[in-house]
Design a protein around this ligand. Sequence first.
Ligand code: BT5
Length: 331
Amino acid sequence: MKEDEAKGRIIRLFNDKADSFISGEDMSAVLGFSRASVWKYVKKLRNEGYAIDAVSNVGYKLVSSPDKMYGYNILTGLETKTLGRKTIHYYAKIVSTNVQAYELAEEGSPEGTIVVAETQTAGKGRLGRKWISPDSKGIYLSVILRPEMELERISTITLISANAVVRAVKNICDLSNIEVKWPNDILCGGKKVCGILTEIKAQPDSVDFVVLGIGINVNALEEDIPPGGTSLKLETGQRVDRMDLVRSLLKEIETGYTTFQKNGFGPIRNECRELSAVLGKNVSVSQYTSVITGKAIDIDENGALVLEIGNGRTKKIFSGDVSVEKVRIES
Ligand code: BT5
């Protein structure tokens, strides 16, 4: 049995027994390993920050768990079928979970493989921008997907995931002012709480893989993140359990992704409209060399943003940075 699997099973057993001691003998009978192995894994778990009481002739009791995103810890209570089921690669510190996941995908890692880190030294945003990743205060996660879909529809994965982030946050936190700023920002009270970076390797007619990267400010404080950003803790006034959130997030991404594969973009498109921070507003969209302004009126069947640009004309936007124009009150 792999070490992570053994540690995960021990944690699950402790959780099932909540505040009571379990004898080494019972543990070894339930888990099917020797008492010496039970003791070996208990020591390893202690080294990873778990406080475990051991009383001779009584047994073991889990007193507290560390706030760490260990793979086996995420797996305890994870309700997905594919995401995270094969491998969760955990790093205390990494350059970028997306860079790592991209390499793993090139080496053939299967769909659902996850890379997660406590901090990133060069977290990536779009177009060479940075994602600031305060240590152990956020979720920095990349998922390898191998979708069978046409290249032109691939940007819908970002939208599917953005909706999943909103659903996951609402499952865990009491927050209603959370919206998606097309295509890849999640805003809370107008401030950025999450960013998504979807990277693709594709052939002209097929997609090899997608690396879906998600960064969420969970327990970060104002001084940890750039101006214009916020965190779930800042918005709710309470510390948020990252483990609960990441499990919910993986489940919601899987639900959105499976719905899309079965029923297409239709149901997701409706949700995109409901959660949108930009529809009905005047926006400007910066692209590489130009800025387009107009009123955002819809998200089309491929996930493009539809702008009304005057004289009844519309324009579809496939990528860019959207800013909502401030309402000017003239007196
Ligand atoms: C994004 O880019 O928002 C995509 C961010 C994706 C980050 C995840 S973390 C896990 C995975 N691994 C990676 O290496 N990346 C992904 P963009 O729309 O280009 O926004 C970047 C801009 O957001 C920056 O230029 C800053 O202005 C702002 N920003 C950076 N860090 C932030 C933070 N922690 N909170 C709020 N805003 C931030």
